[in-house]
Structure formats: C-alpha cells, structure tokens
Design a protein around this ligand. Structure first.
Ligand code: MN
Length: 259
C-alpha cells in the first residue's frame, strides 16, 4: 500500500523566509474581472499565492478561472498553492456533490463535452488541490471552517471523509457549541470550537472564505479576531479583494482590492 500524499500544506521556515508576502485569494466563483489582477500578483516573485477554493459556478467564467489557476500552479509550483472548496467536490464520474452547479452547463455552452472536460481538465486540476494550509504557530487556511472532529494536524494531513466535509462546508457563528450546518453538510461552529481547534493545532487564527456575502467590502473578523472571512468575487456585488499576510510576522494582515 502506498500512503497518499499529505492534504495539508505546511509552510516551512525556508519558504517563509524567501517570501515577501503571502497573498490569500477567496472564492472567485467564475468572476472574469479578477483574473488579470491575480495574474499580475502571481508574476511578482515576492508573492506566494494561496487560493481558498470555489473557482467556478455563479459567475459565467468558471472554465477560464480554473484554467488560470491550473496555469499558475504549473508555471509557479514553488509559490502558488490552491485549496479545495465545496464547489470542487465531485464524484469520480463527474457528478457534483453540491447544488447549484453551473460549470457543467457553462462547459457545454463553450463547446466542451462535460465528461471529456471533466476527465481531461477538471479532475486533474482537483487532484492538485490541498485541503488546508498552515503557517506553523500562526494561521490555518481553509475553504469553509473547522469542527470539533479536528484534534490534531494529522487529522488534516490524512483526513477521513467527514473531516474533509467539515473543512469544505462549515461556517462560524457568533455563539457557543457546534450544530449541523443549514447547508446540509458540515457544521456551524461557535467561538469555543474555534478556540479549542486553534489550541490543538497550535495556531492563532483561521482564514477562510465560503461566505463572500460576509465580506462584501473587506474582510470580516469574528470569534474575537480568530476567524477571518475573505472574498475575491464580485458575483454578490461586493468589491473583490485579497488578504495579504506578512510571512515574517503573520499577525500582520491587510487587504488589497482587485478593482
Ligand atoms: Mn464555498
């Protein structure tokens, strides 16, 4: 039996020391207008890009966004990283595990047979996606959130199915405890869950996307500053932005608007 590679990208001291800034990109959801500004940022050798998932659906340019991120992963493998969102969750034969899925219709409209596109391009792209990334002792980066099933970094390196679902689908709420998520998958996690998970993973905060509506005009901070929600799409009529993290002092974060 070969052991599958880790699903958690862990920043090393070497990577942090050669990086000028970490650029975290939230949900794009097929928004064409952010492609060029993001490509410009990727060209700067000082930048290390981390995408938090949800590349397609809602906007009309999921195919182009996926192609852009795949190109950046190929071109700059040592400083571009992409995570999986719940909109990248498909069965082996190309059936979406979420609703609504617009990418199938979009691909067909652009003259692509779905199964051919899925097998030839989309699935190989999804196979490169990590589930989470960590700046040791500082920040956990995920698409959705965390749950009390996560008790160590090992749970993210080799996640069981239910942990993967929690990371992709969960949302924080202002309160205590943990409840089934209204979305039907994952949990809604309170401030006590955030504190417990942060302590057991040895991080100070969690940066996530998954709720662009919470971050229409800049990042949204909750759970006493421990959870930060970002958005890099205008499909909900907000202003898309990225979050930058200073790798030498990861408590220092700021936002850069993309347009
Ligand atoms: Mn999402």
């Amino acid at each position: 039996m070969t052991s599958p590679r880790t699903r958690l990208f862990e920043f090393t001291r070497e990577v942090l020391s050669r990086t000028g800034r970490i650029v975290v990109i939230g949900d794009i959801h097929g928004d064409y207008s952010v492609i060029n500004p993001i490509m410009k940022m990727a060209e700067d050798e000082e930048n290390f890009l981390v995408f938090l998932g949800d590349y397609a659906d809602r906007g009309r340019h999921g195919v182009e966004v996926v192609e852009t991120v795949a190109t950046l992963l190929r071109k700059y493998p040592e400083r571009v990283l992409a995570l999986k969102g719940n909109h990248e969750d498909y069965t082996e034969d190309g059936a979406p595990r979420f609703y609504p899925c617009d990418l199938i219709r979009e691909a067909r409209k652009k003259g692509r047979d779905w199964i051919t596109y899925f097998r030839g391009e989309f699935k190989p792209f999804v196979e490169q996606l990590y589930l989470a990334a960590a700046i040791p002792n500082e920040v956990l980066l995920v698409h959705g959130g965390v749950s009390s099933k996560i008790v160590s970094l090992e749970d993210l390196r080799r996640p069981v199915k239910v942990v993967e679902a929690d990371v992709l689908w969960s949302d924080p709420f202002e309160g205590y405890g943990e409840y089934p998520n209204r979305r039907g998958v994952g949990v809604e996690f309170g401030v006590d869950v955030t504190e417990r998970v942060c302590r057991s993973l040895g991080v100070k905060r969690i940066v996530r996307s998954h709720e662009p509506m919470k971050a229409l005009n800049g990042y949204y901070s909750e759970h006493g500053g421990r959870v930060i929600t970002i958005s890099s799409t205008s499909v909900y009529h907000g202003r898309p932005f990225v979050l930058t993290i200073n790798p030498k002092n990861p408590s220092e974060v700021s936002q850069v608007f993309l347009r």
